[in-house]
Design a protein around this ligand. Sequence first.
Ligand code: 0PR
Length: 364
Amino acid sequence: MQRVRQRKPQEFDRVLSSMCTEPHPRAHEAAVEFLATNPGDPATYQTVADLETEAVDQLGEIAGLDDAYGYIASGGTEANIQAVHAARNLADGADTAGGDAASDPNIVAPTSVHFSVTKAAEMLGVELRTVPVDDDYRADLDAVAAAVDDDTLLVIGVAGSTEYGRVDPIPAMADIAHDADARMHVDASWGGFILPFTDYEWSFADAPIDSMAIDPHKFGQAPVPAGGLLARERETVDALAVDTPYLETTSQATLTGTRSGAGVAGAVAAMDELWPAGYRQQYREQQANADFLADEFAARGIKVVEPTLPLVTASLSPATFEALRDEEWRIARTADGDLRIVCMPHVTRAALEAFLTDLDRVRS
Ligand code: 0PR
């Protein structure tokens, strides 16, 4: 205990690079209360299992799905892995039933897809075909169409990409997927709690998508670990289930076994508090912050990528970047070396102004 007592966790006031945020106080309380429960054993921990059903219903409402299937996962990584897993198992099932499952299956996604999909492809023995993005960092539809073939299990579109906050053309990608008898997954891990307040077409209501990752522990303001896997059909979750002989419940569809009830309870509490008005306000404030920051960069002659969601990327010299890190700003870079600032709920206008003051001082 001594060793923990001597330390304090990271303060959020200089964190400009994270896709997680300070949990809402009600979500924090609920998470602590349910810390010792395990939704992985619903016959023993009935209350938290019921809460998980409510969490999935609520996530469904946010993502435009009336009868939602799915579960609260450990994060977007698990949700993405399980989407690929379900697609592979469903194709294998089609094979056993006399269909023609691919002998050399592949999945197709833009280069902007999160690296969790690389993990999924590796573990599940499927080929990941990444296709280029267009000038605005969105999946190039011609490239998607060219990459898809008879062996494609799944097409993945990103709704709120990790590096540039872009939304892929989801309805058109779903059409391409379904024309090839493949499934369509949307990774809205980061974007899912802000996109309902935009005009983007990203949800189950906007396109015939099959599954989605949508994480309460990012913009949903729930404590970690709370990811979300959603599916339109029950068969998607059934395709993930294995028998659980010694549990009272007979099957389990999650990747992890024992799970923290904190994630489930925190997610429900956050959504109760914030959906929809709180999330809408959060989106508006953070989009305004991102627009402010982008304008300030542009005014200083710094090349900036338009923040179409609350995420700003801009060109900074490596020396300036390092100098800002030395000032203890927690900032990150894209693969191309651009500064990347994620305007999460804990990022205040005052923090951005202080950041700009430091930038002006250290810039080289
Ligand atoms: N999908 C997208 C679009 C993501 O951006 C991320 C995470 C994931 C899936 C995976 O989600 P989990 O990390 O919940 O499994 N993107 C950030 C990243 O990996 C996550 C992150 C979070 C980074 C907090 C930094 C940080 O402080 O870069």
